[in-house]
Design a protein around this ligand. Structure first.
Ligand code: ADP
Ligand code: MG
Length: 242
């Protein structure tokens, strides 16, 4: 069975229908890159996958469990799905290591020692083991985003969601974050990534999915969608990126 199964997902905010019937399956180990114009519903879709939004209609099933609008079910989903945002949302008063160990201690009830050992392993994965004691303000944007990735990984998620993780970074810092994501993909992590980094999409994605106005318009292998888009809207969008 697919790790993520989305069927006829609609999401409305009042009278505004943002997702208009999205179907999506993501297999374990698959890397899916979502592209599409601003406002087409990419963030809303990712937020539905991790329980930050509840579907207005249709179904979202993660790891065989349907997402339900109940605190317990949403909490359980939160643990299984890691999310990394454009803004890093680190706690400014906590060191890099403490940012990473907070949830394992508070949510999973891990001991201090156990959490520190885990946190150090996670920081090593994002090549920041030497900066464990640094505070966010002492780190570059790229380093802060890598701490945010380590923090998500510390919960041992089955699925990682990335919502424009490099959009807020200075251009020279984008590469180090994409490299960490590339390594995660290589390790077999299942990933849904919203990004405008088409080089990353071409190299790392198993599938690229183009969304427009709340619908999936086109999807396929990166070479196909990025080089020979079938839909006029996809062509127009990609031509504007160049
Ligand atoms: P994208 O990530 O593709 O740019 P979003 O999913 O963020 O698009 O937003 C899609 C549309 O939904 C936008 O028009 C946005 O203003 C609207 N929207 C998103 N979240 C909310 C919300 N909580 N309340 C009202 N409107 C929202
Ligand atoms: Mg967005």
């Amino acid at each position: 069975m697919a790790l993520v199964e989305v069927r006829n997902l609609h999401k409305r905010f009042g009278s505004l229908e943002v997702l208009k019937g999205v179907d999506l399956q993501v297999e374990p180990g698959e890397v899916v890159v979502f592209v599409g114009p601003s406002g087409c519903g990419k963030s809303t879709l990712l937020r539905c996958l991790c329980g930050l939004e509840v579907p207005s209609e249709g179904e979202v099933i993660v790891g065989g469990t349907p997402v339900r609008d109940e605190p317990k079910a949403l909490q359980a989903l939160h643990r299984r799905v890691g999310m990394v945002f454009q803004r890093f949302h680190l706690f400014p008063h906590l060191s890099a290591l403490d940012n990473v160990t907070l949830a394992p201690r508070k949510v999973l009830g891990m001991s201090e020692d156990e959490a520190r050992a885990l946190g150090k392993r996670m920081l090593a994965l994002v090549h920041l083991d030497s900066r464990a004691e640094a505070f966010p303000s002492q780190l570059s944007g790229g380093q802060q985003q890598r701490v945010a990735i380590a923090r998500a990984l510390a919960m041992k998620p089955e699925l990682m969601l990335f919502d424009e993780p490099t959009s807020a970074l200075d251009p020279e810092l984008v590469g180090e974050v994409l490299e960490v994501m590339r390594e995660l993909a290589r390790e077999g992590m299942t990933m849904c990534v919203v990004t405008h980094e088409m080089g990353f999409a071409a190299d790392v994605a198993h599938r690229v999915l183009f969304m427009d106005a709340g619908k999936v318009v086109e999807q396929g292998q990166p070479q196909q969608v990025l080089r020979e888009p079938q839909h006029p809207r996809t062509r127009e969008f990609l031509s504007r990126l160049l």
